[in-house]
Design a protein around this ligand. Structure first.
Ligand code: AHR
Length: 493
């Protein structure tokens, strides 16, 4: 069978929310400290304490939204410890992540400064698990109240005259687990109560995100939507791609057998089923799809790199991760009617990161390159793409060999992204381009010879996108040879 696809560029399917390309930064391992924050006195070039090299690299992938401060950390974070003169800030133990001392040098002001530098929208996650309603409500007042009030006055004393604009606010994180081990009925009531005091001040209108289910906990979604659906704008979903077993051995990021590639791809595809099943429950209570499904933690999770702190979740990133990113982003684009935001975990030095740092050195990962190649889909108009794909079969496992997305940008360019998950075989792929006049096609490809190809501090460009020319155009038919284990981005003008 030949793989083929039909693009109907004049059949549109809504906008792909740019926030699908969002990110997540937690006070975990070396994500905030060393990753983003080095402090003003560092020899590493920085702007008010934030590394210039990472800002420059991340601006290149156009981060639309950044979630902070956790994760599990959010439910033990007390924001008042992270404001005012840094030398006076309280120190705490980061009990979730390695038991290290958190000096609170990176707090609310630093986070908004980072978002300004990145030109990204902030998404703050509040503390339900160990915090109070008053604490949450005062945080929102501190950040967004314009006028005379105890919190606004305090913010001004700390150097910020005008309030910040804050749209996205999470009412707790993983409240079924590290955020309080709650039952859904209990959390639904707490959510109703806490969100009441997450006020909209002046023009600032907050999009409230309720703590959603873990993986396939459909009951959680049902209870939350039934009891609190009307009081939320978004419901989160967390799903990690773990090739092995979470508690007994997740598998190595680099040193893995071929079968682990296959199982990783299969588990990456599973997010499609999760989205569709959770969405079907949401449809019951919200048929107009007002409430967004916010996949605010996703990505690969392996065993940590040898010799690193197990609580720091530092892992390498290979061409396998690039395929997981490409497949997942294609699935999110496909479900743009319900998926309004996603946040890959996590931006720097933690889990499936964009960037790895080693003191003053910095490299970008294969996953970073996928986000760069896909940025054309941000806020673009999705167009109809029907793919008939061969199966990538391996042992008992079977999955589509090729997935894709197609969208049209404002200037009329048609952008197509395709992933071939087969680790051995290329794919001859025909795309019938309808509803568009085809004058010029260009492409880029990210691929590698080895299944664990990755970038290192000594070889930082081992995996990077190159020009792709292995295609021909005959009238409306674009015939492509997709290399094995590849992500391809095509622009049709
Ligand atoms: O991203 C790492 C952790 O995974 C987050 O802190 C938590 O929310 C999830 O379990």
């Amino acid at each position: 069978m030949t793989n083929n696809a039909i693009v109907n560029a004049d059949v549109t399917k809504g906008v792909i929310n740019k926030n699908i390309y969002g990110h997540f930064a937690e006070h975990l391992g070396r994500c905030i400290y060393e990753g983003f924050w080095v402090g003003e006195d560092s020899d590493i070039p920085n702007t008010n304490g934030i590394r210039n090299d990472v800002v420059e690299a991340l601006k290149n992938i156009k981060i639309p939204v950044l979630r902070w401060p956790g994760g599990c950390f959010a439910d033990e974070y007390h924001w008042k410890d992270g404001i005012g003169p840094r030398e006076n800030r309280k120190r705490m133990v980061n009990t979730h992540w390695g038991g290290v001392i958190e000096n609170n040098h990176f707090g609310t002001h630093e986070f908004f400064m980072l978002c300004d530098l990145l030109e990204t929208e902030p998404y703050v996650c509040g503390n339900v698990g160990s915090g109070s309603i008053q604490e949450m409500s005062e945080w929102v007042e501190y950040m967004t109240f314009d006028g005379e009030s105890p919190m606004a006055n305090w913010r001004q004393e700390n150097g910020k005259q005008e309030p910040w604009a804050l749209k996205y606010f999470g009412v707790g994180n993983e409240n079924w687990g590290c955020g309080g081990n709650m039952r859904p009925q209990y959390y639904a009531d707490l959510y109703r109560r806490f969100q009441t005091y997450v006020r909209n001040y002046g023009e600032n209108k907050i999009y409230r995100i309720a703590g959603g289910p873990n993986v396939a906990d459909y009951n959680w979604t049902d209870v939350l939507m039934r009891e609190a659906g009307k009081l939320m704008d978004g419901l989160s979903l967390h799903y990690y791609t773990v090739p092995g077993e979470f508690w007994t051995g997740k598998g190595s990021a680099t040193n893995f057998p071929e079968e682990e590639w296959d199982v990783t791809m299969q588990k990456a595809y599973y997010i499609k089923e999760l989205i569709e099943k959770h969405s079907a429950i949401m449809d019951k209570y919200d048929p107009k799809k007002r409430v967004g499904l916010i996949i605010d933690e996703w990505g690969t999770w392996y065993d940590v790199e040898e010799g690193t702190n197990p609580g720091f979740l530092y892992q390498q990133n290979t061409i396998r991760d690039a395929l997981v990113a490409g497949v997942s982003l294609n699935i999110f684009n496909e479900h743009n009617d319900r998926v309004q935001m996603t946040n890959i975990a996590q931006t720097i030095n933690v889990l499936q990161s964009m960037i790895l740092t080693d003191k003053e050195k910095m490299i970008v990962t294969p996953t970073y390159h996928v986000f760069e190649m896909y940025k054309v889909h941000q806020d673009a108009t999705k167009v109809s793409l029907d793919i008939s794909s061969d199966k990538f079969k391996t042992g008992e496992k079977e999955m589509p060999q090729v997935t894709g997305s197609a969208s049209k940008s404002n200037d009329g360019t048609l952008n197509i992204t395709l992933c071939n998950v087969d680790r051995e075989n290329s794919s001859d792929f025909n795309v019938d381009l309808r509803g568009i006049e085809v004058n010029h096609v260009t492409g880029r490809v990210l691929t590698a010879n080895e299944i664990d190809a990755h970038n290192t501090f000594d070889n930082p460009d081992n995996v990077h996108p190159v020009e792709f020319t292995d295609f021909q155009i005959n009238e409306t038919i674009l015939s492509i040879k997709l290399p094995s284990k590849s992500v391809v981005a095509l622009s049709v003008k």
